[in-house]
Write a protein that binds this ligand. Structure first.
Ligand code: ARG
Length: 583
């Protein structure tokens, strides 16, 4: 990884020049946005000169004098107020290129300190409509898990499904009074959701129905055999169908430890928190209040009301004895820390749950847990009209519907092409292109911003889309098909043309990019990198003829095609997008 090596060398040059670096200061090296001055750039001399009150250009010169990078760079320059610019040498680039085509990680080195990371994502609720938030969570979580594993972390994925909760009062009542068994067998997720909605409406209109539902819930919580059996069947049917959806999407979980898994841990947990004085009994409920250890603006247990800070307690046991979402999450943290030795826990959950996680994390810390916990937040998906994304009938859109429609649309597009594909080929292409398009539309966005869902845009062969990238991959493969028969790439490489150099440089940056994704949990960095790579490849392909070239030139160009092909396949794979050899 050039950036990491340059950083180390810079650090060594500071030492060699007798400049001691302030605590915590690491020279910053970035990929140059403008390649006229070089490929990598550092502003370390400028930043340090301010701290040490020196002339930045003079300091830069001092460092350059001691810098040992002849194996990597053909030029180092000091530009502007004191930027250090590094231009990579051809030999170093060639070495990288060979590594990419040989290494099964396409030249991406592992992290120096691997961690055990639990990733909590997707987590839909049983018998409640799945919403678009679950789409975002599923794709972002899966991509982050893939990247983290790829660079050497130990990753444990856990689908914390909402398989316990007050909705089961209504579901069980509905199950007993109005369930359509045929529909349930055919499409359990929708069947249960419609029962839930119908009973919900009834209960709103008729108090007595609400009471019946509450009674069913109490019976369930007390372990009534019939109700437990109904609940189990709901969970089983839903998970079975969900697993099919995940299968289509190629999303896997190591565990499905839903909320119900923690039921027995909740009462002891609350008792323990009361014992330790972390939670207090207040008006019959048990809750966690501010302990005044942080300034009010950072305190998740306080809320600002006009000019006053008021208590915003996190309730962990209701007056009726029932436990809450937060209680389950606290028990879940215990389990993940004790049983899985988690160094970090990542929660890929929408922005509306921010306060919930701030409170839960703070409560866990007070219990002495110092595992790093991160809430990886995301915004909403909007419909084409810029409002919340809804189906034509005004319902929230579920993962299932979106995937089915994407595949159908991709199938229709495949149908239009007369390429002699069999039906089975077309189905496979539709699955890859359709599923990939929805994933890519998500993953190419900054997760914090809301984005508009547009079928036409995401399925387009032009622009920053999955079909565009998949097509770029297909083009790299078609060269090798045209060659008919095995091509032996040799290690003799020579980069001469600017377009060859630009492509080799872009390919080398995959190593840095794959690591950068995890800095702020942003798969869109990788998506955008792949898009730039595809563009650079097209530029190369137009400028440099591959098949008519000869000797070492041809070998180099074929190697560039092979490396592009590998990086595209690996990179798309990290986003959870499969590739196809033809489309
Ligand atoms: N089931 C929740 C929902 O749909 C998401 C769960 C997220 N994970 C967690 N540990 N709380 O909103």
């Amino acid at each position: 990884m050039f950036r990491a090596v340059l950083t180390d060398r810079l650090q060594a040059a500071f030492t060699a020049a007798g400049i001691s670096l302030p605590e915590g200061f690491t020279p910053n090296v970035v990929i140059a946005a403008d390649t006229r001055f070089g490929n990598y750039q550092s502003n370390a001399a400028m930043i340090l000169s301010k701290q040490l009150k020196l002339n930045p250009r003079a300091l830069a010169q001092q460092i350059v004098d001691k810098l040992e990078v002849t194996d990597l760079c053909e030029k180092i320059s000091i530009d502007g107020p004191g930027f250090l610019n590094f231009t990579l040498g051809t030999a170093a680039l060639i070495q990288r290129l060979s590594l990419i085509v040989q290494d099964d990680h396409a030249g991406v080195p592992p992290v120096s300190k691997p961690k055990r990371i639990v990733i909590d994502f997707s987590a839909p609720n049983i018998a409640k409509p799945m919403h678009v938030g679950h789409i975002r969570s599923t794709f972002i979580g899966d991509a982050l898990a893939r990247v983290a594993r790829f660079i050497g972390h130990t990753v444990i994925t856990d689908n914390h499904v909402g398989d316990w909760g007050t909705q089961f009062g209504m579901i069980i009542h509905g199950w007993k009074t109005q369930l359509d068994q045929a529909k349930l067998k055919q499409d359990p997720i929708h069947a249960l959701v419609s029962v839930y909605k119908a009973v919900n409406a009834e209960a709103k209109a008729d108090e007595s129905v609400l009471t019946l539902c509450k009674n069913e819930l109490v019976k369930l919580q007390q372990g009534d055999a019939e109700n437990l059996a109904i609940w189990k069947e709901c969970v089983r049917l839903t998970l079975e169908q969900l697993e099919k959806v995940y299968g289509t999407l190629d999303v896997k979980f190591d565990h499905y430890l839903g909320e119900s898994f923690y039921n027995d841990a909740l009462a002891p947990l609350v008792a323990d928190m009361v014992d330790k004085g972390i939670a207090t009994i207040s008006e019959g409920a048990t809750a966690i209040f501010s302990d005044g250890s942080v300034p009010p603006e950072n305190d998740p247990f306080l809320i600002r009301d006009k000019d006053e800070w008021k208590a915003a307690p996190c309730i962990i046991r209701k007056t009726d004895g029932g436990f809450l979402y937060a209680t389950t999450d606290l028990a879940t943290i215990d389990y993940r820390v004790k049983e899985w030795n988690a160094d970090e826990i990542w929660y890929v959950v929408g922005a509306p749950q921010q306060l919930h996680f701030r409170q839960v994390f703070a409560a866990a810390q007070r219990r002495g847990i110092n595992t790093k916990m991160v809430h990886i937040v995301f915004g909403s998906i909007l419909g084409p009209d810029g409002k919340m994304f809804k189906t034509r009938s005004g319902e929230t859109v579920g993962l299932l519907e979106v995937i089915e429609e994407a595949i159908e649309r991709a199938r229709a597009a495949a149908e239009e092409k007369e390429q002699g594909f069999s039906d089975a080929d077309k189905n496979e292409i539709a699955r890859i292109v359709g599923g990939g398009s929805v994933k890519y539309a998500e993953l190419s966005q900054n997760r914090l911003t809301d984005y508009k869902f547009s079928w036409d845009k995401m399925l387009s062969l032009q622009g920053n889309t999955a079909p565009y990238l998949l097509n770029a991959y297909v083009r790299t493969r078609s060269i090798f098909r045209k060659l008919e028969g095995a091509v032996e790439l040799t290690p003799e490489l020579a980069i001469t043309e600017p377009a060859e150099r630009a492509l080799a440089m872009k390919l080398a940056q995959f190593a840095e990019n794959a690591h950068d994704v995890l800095d702020d949990h942003r798969p869109n960095l990788l998506a955008n990198y792949l898009y730039e790579l595809a563009n650079t490849y097209h530029g190369f392909y137009e400028a440099c003829n591959v098949l008519r070239a000869e000797g070492i030139v041809r070998n180099t160009r074929l190697t560039l095609c092979e490396a592009t092909s590998r990086v595209l396949k690996t990179g798309l794979g990290l986003l959870g997008i499969q590739t196809t050899e033809r489309m």
